[in-house]
Design a protein around this ligand. Structure first.
Ligand SMILES: *Cc1c(COP(=O)(O)O)cnc(C)c1O
Length: 380
């Protein structure tokens, strides 16, 4: 039998062993490591700085008193409480879809949707850089998984053609992409993808994990920004990034949502999220869709424009380094200078493209970004 120790040593030898970083502070603009070092944080996905927001903390505390801490059962048994339905209604209203469904995490959302809608004989066609949860959902479904080169519409069309020729009439063909890619921060060519999926009569799932809250009117996402959201069959995202809390969602037409309630195993066989959490997400969505959300988005985009001469596509800025050890060394030097910036390695990104992944937040100040720029210039 393979020993766990040998496996870990093998990972360490390749510069791929990971370990947990212990923080002694709440999430925020700066964080305190367990060893006492205070670092400016350019590594979280808390893009609007809401994870430790006073207004949301008050709301969470009140919601605990009103609704309780636990939901007690899965949604289909007796765990569907008022806050869950209110959240789904307000989300569908915000996204202008017939219906919405929420899950405990974005990961569970992706695996639940794809494995719930597809089965053997179907085809899932995914962008090569799709998040692990989308790939795992495809594998779970037992559908044939074909990937297309990142943002490559020609290859997507080849895959669609292949799928049409190699499936029977009842088969589902599902195209999967992120709107903003998690490790590169670039955007998908949504319009081209939608034209192709329409031409080949396929379905489209767009994961807005890194766009929801920060892109588009009221932070509704890239689909909304480009006026294409009504042409996307299933829009998913997470409450764990810009929304500052945790959980996942999917929005779409009533029939697709009803089917997911019946088929998505990560929804059916999992206890409903805490009702206090669900109610606080509803409050966070109102905040994000309103005036304060607009102010936070303006602050975030101002910091991003300050950082880079190019027009920023998202709150994620990758600095590709190449080898694992070099990326780790760069992250370590930044940490010595007082910045928390993660080195991202295989298998999260392809081999040879290890990188620093900078993420920005509305909570950062102008001075924070100037200091980061100086520290990075000093690295080279
Ligand atoms: C983070 C992420 C998820 C998972 O969401 P969680 O709520 O963190 O489980 C899914 N898809 C993409 C693209 C992500 O970046």
């Amino acid at each position: 039998m393979r020993s766990p120790g040998e496996e870990l040593a093998d990972l360490a030898g390749k510069g791929l062993k990971r370990s947990l970083r212990h923080l002694d502070s709440p999430q925020g603009r700066s964080v305190v490591l367990h060893d006492g070092a205070e670092l400016l944080n350019f590594s979280s996905n808390d893009y609007l700085g809401l994870a430790n927001d006073d207004e949301l903390k008050t709301s969470f505390a009140e919601n605990i008193h009103r609704h309780g801490v636990g939901s007690g059962a899965s949604r289909l048994v007796c765990g569907t409480l008022d806050p869950h339905l209110e959240l789904e209604e307000s989300l569908a209203a915000l996204k202008n879809t017939e219906a919405a469904l929420t899950f405990s995490t974005g990961f569970a959302t992706a695996t639940g949707i794809i494995s719930g809608l597809c089965r053997k004989g179907d085809v899932v066609i995914a962008d090569k850089l799709s998040h692990a949860s989308l790939i795992d959902g495809s594998r779970l479904s037992e559908a044939t998984l074909r990937v297309f080169a990142h943002n490559d519409l020609n290859q997507l069309e080849q895959r669609l053609k292949w799928a049409r020729e190699n499936t029977d009439e009842s088969a589902r063909i599902l195209v999967v992409t992120e709107s903003v890619f998690s490790m590169d921060g670039d955007r998908a060519p949504l319009e081209g993808i939608i034209e192709l999926k329409d031409r080949y009569d396929a379905l489209l799932l767009v994961d807005e994990a890194h766009a929801f809250g920060i892109i588009g009117p009221q932070g509704r996402g890239l689909g909304s920004e480009e006026g294409l959201d009504h042409r996307i069959d299933l829009q998913m995202g997470t409450f764990s990034k810009a929304v500052g809390l945790s959980g996942g969602y999917v929005c779409g037409s009533r029939v697709w949502i009803d089917l997911l309630i019946n088929r998505a195993r990560s929804f059916i066989y999992s206890t409903a999220p805490s009702p206090a959490l669900a109610a606080t997400i509803t409050d966070a969505l109102a905040l994000i869709a309103g005036k304060r959300g607009d102010e936070l988005r303006s602050a975030l985009w101002a910091r991003l424009e300050q950082f880079s001469d190019e027009t920023p596509a998202s709150a994620i800025v990758p600095l590709i380094i190449g080898e694992n050890e070099a990326a780790l060394a760069a992250a370590e030097r930044l940490q010595e200078k007082g910045f928390l910036v993660p080195a991202i390695r295989y298998p999260t990104v392809p081999p040879g493209t290890a990188r620093l992944r900078l993420t920005f937040s509305a909570a950062h100040t102008e001075a924070d970004v100037e200091a980061l720029k100086a520290a990075l210039a000093d690295l080279t």
